[in-house]
Design a protein around this ligand. Structure first.
Ligand SMILES: O=C(O)C1=C[C@@H](OP(=O)(O)O)[C@@H](O)[C@H](O)C1
Ligand SMILES: C=C(OP(=O)(O)O)C(=O)O
Length: 450
């Protein structure tokens, strides 16, 4: 289950045929983490269908087991979680290793803060560089104590609160992980936990809390979006249907926009409006991208997304859109590389603290393949070629799945093949990525570089 010590270099080149057919991508990563965590906190047995079986989510599954929940795989994507009730998690016997996953680590901090137990958490060398103070600082106000490595990095130790106090916290950055950590801690606290976000971020936590029976109020006010949770609810197990991950669908859909003659459908994609900023941006760029069979499933909007090849033009992406497409900038940059004109993506400071410094790494990925890109403050500028990307470069992925997938999609639309130094981290969020691209391309567009 864990990314092995060996690296997986891959190379992508223009496919012999356009991308076509109807395909599905694995389950949504954000919803999958939360399904396992809420299942572990609920009374009864939660049946999950469509769970993402990527390494990040498997880390969460292992952590929930270590905290006393029963977590079983029943079939492909079908998982069963028997929970311990809010406040019922037990002290783990060993260190919790969250691998490459920021979401798993930060949400778990919230969950642990509310339980009177001691735990130690670590992660891989990418996760150990990422800031945890953004959660440990607000969570300390519950009464929990955190000890982190210098700079607020993992490994960390936590002694959870005996009687957690409710938080009243205004997020300094737009982050669904920080919001969710506060709400998870608030489950164990007596009284109302209040979180204010400057910009709305993905609301899967709020939706799932309601789905399990908690009382959550959301109001848009002059100070931002205010979320209030009534503490110490009894969460009751409820079935969860995980839609396809729009952040994963993005790679194949952009591939279809870029490879001449393509027409591709990704069925069953989650279309929560707080996740669809990329699709809005691509449409502004002139992309032929439409939703068919729009429906609601398991409380989340879902649809089949169809993409067709066509020319793209540069746009300016406003900073306020970042939360709704925060993981999609590397693949948007690939689309922008083929567009006519210069695309400016504004307000991307948060990209510096992802699995890698995605702002620098995305610019370097483009530069290595003959596309001019620059960083001005927190903005990324991509000078589109208005034609095929030159390609021919080897991209350093820095343990970052989204860079690896973006670079490989770029290779499909480039004149010369594009290599990536290590595609192994794609397993964190999109198992089977290369095979699915090759299926859509009807041949080996992505192959081993070894
Ligand atoms: O809450 C979540 O599931 C996520 C929130 C985002 O992170 P931030 O909260 O740091 O913006 C996103 O980048 C990550 O992939 C998943
Ligand atoms: C940023 C990401 O995930 P996480 O923060 O969970 O590592 C991502 O999947 O792009």
């Amino acid at each position: 289950m864990v990314h092995s010590a060996s690296v997986t270099p891959l190379r992508a080149s223009a496919p012999a045929a356009p991308l076509s057919g109807t395909h599905r991508v694995p389950g949504d990563k954000s919803i999958s983490h939360r399904a396992l965590m809420f299942g572990a906190l609920a009374i009864g047995t939660t049946e999950i269908a469509g769970l993402l079986e990527g390494e990040d989510v498997l880390r969460t599954a292992a952590a929930m087991r270590a905290l006393g929940a029963t977590v079983e795989q029943r079939g492909a994507g079908a998982w069963r979680v028997s929970g311990r009730g809010v406040g019922g998690l037990v002290e783990p016997a060993d260190v919790l290793d969250m691998g490459n996953s920021g979401t798993a680590a930060r949400l778990l901090c919230g969950l642990l803060a509310g339980h009177p137990i001691f735990a130690v958490m670590t992660g891989d060398s990418s996760l150990r560089k990422r800031p945890m103070l953004r959660v440990t600082a607000p969570l300390s106000a519950t009464g929990a104590s955190f000890w982190t490595r210098e700079g607020g990095r993992l490994p960390l130790a936590v002694q959870g609160a005996v009687e957690a106090l409710p938080l009243d916290y205004r997020l300094p950055v737009a982050s669904a992980q920080v919001k969710s950590a506060c709400l998870l801690a608030g489950l164990c606290a007596r009284g109302t936990t209040r979180v204010v976000e400057p910009e709305p971020t993905r609301d899967h936590t709020e939706n799932m809390l309601r789905h399990f029976g908690a009382t959550v109020r959301v109001a848009d006010t002059a100070e931002g979006r205010v979320i209030e949770l009534e503490g110490q609810p009894e969460l009751i197990a409820a079935p969860i249907l995980v839609p396809g991950d729009p952040s994963s669908a993005a790679f194949l859909l952009v591939g279809a926009l870029l490879v001449p003659g393509s027409r591709l459908t990704i069925a069953n994609v989650g279309l929560n409006p707080l996740r669809t900023g990329l699709f809005a941006t691509l449409r502004e760029m002139g992309a032929i991208l439409r939703v068919e069979n729009a429906r609601t499933e398991g409380g989340e909007p879902v649809g089949d997304v169809v993409a067709e090849y066509g020319p793209l033009r540069a746009v300016e992406v406003p900073p306020g859109r970042a939360p709704s497409m925060i993981d999609e900038y590397p693949i948007l940059a690939v689309a922008a590389a083929t567009a006519t004109g210069t695309t400016r993506m504004r307000g991307l400071a948060e990209l510096r603290v992802k699995e890698s410094d995605r702002l620098a790494a995305t610019a370097a990925m483009l530069a290595a393949n003959g596309v001019a890109a620059s960083i001005e403050g927190d903005d990324l500028l991509v000078h589109g070629t208005g034609a095929a990307i030159p390609g021919g470069g080897l991209v350093a992925t820095h343990m970052d799945h989204r860079l690896a997938m973006s670079a490989l999609i770029m290779g499909l639309a480039a004149r010369a093949p594009v290599g990536v130094d290590d595609a192994g981290f794609i397993e964190t969020s999109f198992p089977g990525f290369a095979a699915l691209v090759n299926l859509a391309a009807g041949g080996e567009a992505i192959r081993s570089l070894a």
